[in-house]
Design a protein around this ligand. Structure first.
Ligand code: AMP
Ligand code: MG
Length: 481
């Protein structure tokens, strides 16, 4: 063994990521769901982001995990785990696409977190696979930076999401005839199984595998349902509930996923796969995040209906185990569940926990009307409410959101006044204790720091133009709130 090999072995042996307790949950199902692949070898590896906040869940201590450990793990993938390019299909913009699958990533391994749950290490930008088609299997550094920021922002807003564990800059890659900076990312997610994982099995007419995968999903991700006589329909009903909750959260926090194809819909109902996504700036229901979404299929306002459509499509493969009529009945509750979660989320953003249904509807309608008609930003409004609220608004209605008055004119003034009048009525109905709590709710639900597009541009420009990572680092810290 030469010296170089010895050093490499030593590095593998002492790396805490490689010493984790890997649990090959998906791999144990056999070779029908994935293909073994090799990671690309890059000419350089520069660690740009390490998410130390994720280390405790892995049972690791940031003091004992060095940058070298991150590079050997999240760039070179030295410790040999399974590296499975996952097989899946999906409906993309409404059309079935059987040419999908992990084209630039793989499942490196699964481990049990200290919370007892199983987690995936999934890669992005780690090289070609049998599913790359003619593409390069790479990730641009710019997309990697966006994904880190979006995932952290959503997590800090209370949305269940995959998160990036590391982002490593690699060699330059070609995009649109130009050379751009490339990267490889590792993300930590509860699961990389998608609606499209099931859809592919139906396409190949494999009810046996659908059944096996369904059991696997329930056992690992819905364990409270495992081995109940009605576990299959309960699983579907719970997925409907989880997706209704997730999309309600996206809507309330002003997030547009952008590409809600069924291959980007997680079977456990968590948010993941951030490509062309964005937080809205002003309240514009027809906002689309992906430039190629010309029809607006995945616009901000369409997200609930598209998620419902995706859940309908999932009934086809699941029909091998669950009667369609039962799934249809479970899906009927989607609008009601969605409204319930959306109301809950919006009420908190407005400072309340419980109002009557009619009051809730009216307050949300007035708020959205105001935001739609004016140029007051969506987050700007809630952040102003958080910062300006005082219990004195109850005694002095003229002082409510006074600061916003200079931003509005003409008809907009009337709608702001209506909003203030209604908010005041609600305050009059509250007890002093409830009024005291409003400030807390407002603080909890409305971040001051928001990941706006201009913020992302500012962060990226510093990196792109001056290789200055400070704004990125500062923002990732600040966003924690
Ligand atoms: P995404 O838009 O990231 O959800 O990807 C959609 C599909 O395209 C997935 O099958 C990806 O693996 C694949 N894909 C996207 N970009 C690339 C790339 N640069 N190289 C290979 N496959 C890719
Ligand atoms: Mg995807």
């Amino acid at each position: 063994m030469n010296k170089q090999q010895r050093t490499k072995d030593e590095r593998q042996r002492t790396n805490p990521f490689f010493a984790l307790n890997y649990e090959p949950a998906l791999e144990s199902l056999g070779s029908e769901y994935s293909d073994l692949v090799e990671p690309a070898k890059f000419s350089q590896y520069i660690l740009r982001f390490r998410n130390d906040n994720l280390l405790p869940i892995l049972g690791l201590n940031s003091a004992t995990v060095s940058d070298r450990h991150f590079l050997d793990f999240g760039g070179s993938f030295l410790g040999k785990q399974s590296r499975l390019a996952l097989r899946y299909h999906g409906y993309q913009f409404g059309q079935y696409n059987p040419y999908l699958g992990d084209g630039r990533g793989f499942l490196y391994g699964q481990i049990r977190g200290i919370d007892g749950q199983i987690y995936d290490f999934g890669t992005k930008g780690s090289g070609q696979t049998p599913y790359s088609q003619s593409r390069d299997g790479r990730l641009t550094l710019k997309s990697g930076v966006r994904e880190v920021l979006v995932a952290e922002a959503l997590h800090n807003l209370g949305v269940k999401t995959s998160r990036c564990l590391s982002l490593i800059e690699t060699e330059a890659i070609a995009r649109d005839g130009k050379k751009v900076r490339g990267a490889v990312m590792v993300r930590l997610s509860r699961s990389h199984l998608r609606f499209g994982t099931f859809e592919r099995l139906e396409y190949y007419d494999r009810p046996d595998l659908i059944q096996q995968l369904l059991d696997h999903v329930i056992k690992y991700y819905y364990p409270h349902l495992w081995q109940r006589s009605d576990s299959y329909i309960r699983f579907y009903a719970e997925l409907v509930r989880r997706i209704a909750q997730l999309v309600a959260q996206w809507m309330a926090v002003g997030f547009c996923h952008g590409v809600l194809n069924t291959d980007n819909m997680s079977i456990i109902g968590e948010s993941f796969d951030y490509g062309s996504c964005a937080f809205i700036d002003t309240y514009n229901p027809t906002f689309t995040a992906a430039s190629f979404d010309r029809q607006g299929r995945y616009s901000y306002r369409n997200q609930p209906s598209v998620c419902r459509w995706n859940l309908t499509m999932l009934q086809r493969p699941l029909a091998v185990a669950i009667p369609i009529s039962e799934m249809e009945a479970a899906l009927e509750s989607f609008p009601e569940l969605y409204t319930r979660y959306y109301h809950q989320q919006m009420l908190q953003k407005l400072g309340f926990v419980r109002l009557s249904f009619l009051e809730t509807e009216e307050l949300i309608d007035l708020t959205l009307q105001f935001l739609f008609l004016t140029k007051v930003g969506y987050h700007q409004f809630f952040s102003a409410l958080r910062q300006k609220f005082t219990p004195q608004w109850r005694e002095n209605p003229d002082s409510i959101l006074q600061d916003l008055e200079y931003l509005v004119s003409g008809e907009e003034v009337a709608i702001l006044k209506r909003w203030c009048w209604f908010y005041h009525q609600l305050l009059l109905e509250r007890s002093p204790e409830e009024i005291e709590r409003i400030a807390q709710y407002l603080q909890r639900a409305n971040p001051i720091i928001v990941l706006s597009e201009s913020e992302i541009d500012r962060i990226w420009n510093a990196i792109g133009e001056h290789n200055n990572w400070q704004p990125f680092i500062d923002f990732s810290e600040l966003i924690r709130g």
